[in-house]
Design a protein around this ligand. Structure first.
Ligand code: ADP
Length: 172
């Protein structure tokens, strides 16, 4: 626990299954605030993912290539543990709606308890993207809905491909 943490370095964690324009907006804004921003791709033990951790890391990498101070890594276990390992003093989060507030508030208190050296910083979601969630996007994709307003083109193509694979697999 002795490593010095830098407040110029932030970590933005999520499942990113897949990354969408709301996530990307937080990453772009975070990259302008901090010297270095690490995107931590984690897992959700409650949900079977559409994309493997390796695929999710690769998808995020493809949409942040122009942000030279952004790095992408996968992690498992506690997010605060990963944040400390990266030498970051800040955990960056996006806040969508008032319904996110309660969960995020509890989570930030818990994380402060786990590691008081790490501060959580919230960016309010851009109004245009404040309704976006990966869960909803996966559902829309499964039902054949239009995705271009929510996803960068390369992610849209990957998701449509994965939905076709899953549907072909299910019909066999
Ligand atoms: P999702 O449920 O969309 O997969 P995650 O649970 O992986 O997202 O969340 C990762 C982080 O991104 C969290 O801080 C979450 O609040 C934030 N986030 C998710 N969707 C948006 C959005 N549309 N705009 C801004 N931040 C968002």
């Amino acid at each position: 626990m002795s490593r010095k943490l830098s407040n110029r370095v932030a970590v933005y964690t999520g499942v990113f299954d897949p990354i969408h324009l709301g996530h990307l907006d937080v990453i772009q804004r975070g990259s302008r605030i901090f010297d270095r921003l690490v995107v931590g791709v984690g897992t959700n033990p409650d949900k079977a993912p559409f994309f493997t951790p390796e695929e999710r890391v690769h998808l995020v990498e493809q949409v942040v290539t122009e942000l030279s101070n952004v790095e992408v890594r996968s992690f498992s276990g506690l997010a605060v543990g990963f944040v400390r390992k990266e030498g970051a003093g800040v955990m960056l989060r996006g806040l969508r709606t008032t319904s996110d507030m309660e969960y995020e508030f509890t989570m930030s208190l818990m994380n402060r308890n786990l590691d008081p050296d790490i501060e959580t910083v919230f960016l309010m979601a851009e109004a245009e993207y404040s309704h976006l969630s990966s869960t909803m996007i996966r559902q829309i994709a499964s039902l054949g809905g239009a995705l271009e307003r929510f996803l960068p083109p390369v992610i849209k193509e990957a998701l449509e491909r994965r939905v076709r694979e899953l549907q072909q697999g299910a019909s066999k």
